[in-house]
Write a protein that binds this ligand. Structure first.
Ligand SMILES: [Mg+2]
Length: 281
């Protein structure tokens, strides 16, 4: 048995301390975070990564296909789509910054740096008496699901994911967004988190935001009741409208999905972060 699973609470506390340390340093992020194996809250077996230890490179996959196609004894099939398994290799490579196909963490951090620069310019143009608000999505915007997505081989296994997301391990900050958050807070901008997560996950979500280093935000909006049946665009734009109705001007809205950004009202600056892992319409 892995020593991590003997005292799962203690492991969670240690992990929270680690993420807090990372958050306090808050340097540019260009590599994936270390991941602990997660033990489900229902007492089930430990969940560990099931990704094969080695995966072929894009060049090797291409070479295999070309060699096969060049063999006159092979009858080729119509294959109009990219092979899904090969695409998962590419996603894993991109997330792990291996394989030569780019690095998710560096791309994310670069975009957060652009957002921070744009925020500073906009802050310099604010009018006296402005009550400014920054809106942040949570998943793949403020907190990363990387460790659980990798564990699920980028397949999304809902019971596994739902168990993990309310655990202390789900407090991995995306450091570029944390820098942006701190720049906004230092300038007196109110920060609102708007997430598609359900109201039932409020306590765990607030605790994980705190562990990740997000402190001093104004509000956390989660879906409850009929909101759970709404499209993400309708729900999130509706929550932004409530913030505007409360007297704030939306200086910036940040999300990894177009449904985080679309709809009215729009912020002055809308930041689309990279997310090759999933799509939420
Ligand atoms: Mg998101």
């Amino acid at each position: 048995m892995n020593a991590h699973f003997v005292k799962p609470l203690a492991a969670g506390v240690r992990f929270a301390a680690l993420t807090s340390l990372l958050a306090s340093i808050c340097v540019a992020q260009s590599t994936p975070p270390a991941c602990l194996a997660h033990k489900p809250a229902d007492g089930g077996g430990a969940v560990t990564a099931n990704r094969p230890p080695a995966r072929p490179t894009a060049q090797e996959i291409k070479a295999t296909a070309e060699a096969g196609a060049a063999d006159p004894s092979v009858l080729l099939a119509a294959e109009p789509l990219e092979n899904f398994g090969a695409e998962r290799y590419r996603i894993a490579d991109y997330a792990d910054c291996t394989g030569g196909g780019g690095c998710y963490w560096a791309d994310f951090d670069a975009q957060a740096t652009r957002a921070e620069a744009a925020l500073k310019v906009a802050l310099g143009q604010q009018k006296p008496g402005d009550r400014l608000a920054l809106v942040l999505d949570i998943d793949e915007t403020s907190l990363s699901s990387y460790c659980e997505m990798a564990r699920e081989d980028y397949g999304y296994v809902k019971p596994m994911f739902e168990s993990w997301i309310v655990s202390p391990e789900a407090s991995i900050p995306l450091l570029g967004t944390l820098r942006l958050f701190r720049t906004a807070r230092a300038a007196g901008v109110a920060v609102f988190f708007i997430t598609g997560r359900p109201e039932e996950q409020r306590a765990a979500t607030a605790a994980n935001l705190k562990s990740a280093g997000y402190e001093g935000w104004t509000d956390l909006r989660l879906r409850e009741g009929a909101e759970k049946a709404m499209s993400a665009t309708a729900y999130k734009s509706g929550e932004r409208q409530k913030i505007v109705d409360a007297g704030y001007r939306l200086i910036m809205n940040v999300g990894d999905q177009w449904s985080d950004l679309n709809g009215s009202p729009k912020a002055m600056i809308n930041v689309k972060l990279p997310n090759p892992f999933y799509y939420l319409p």
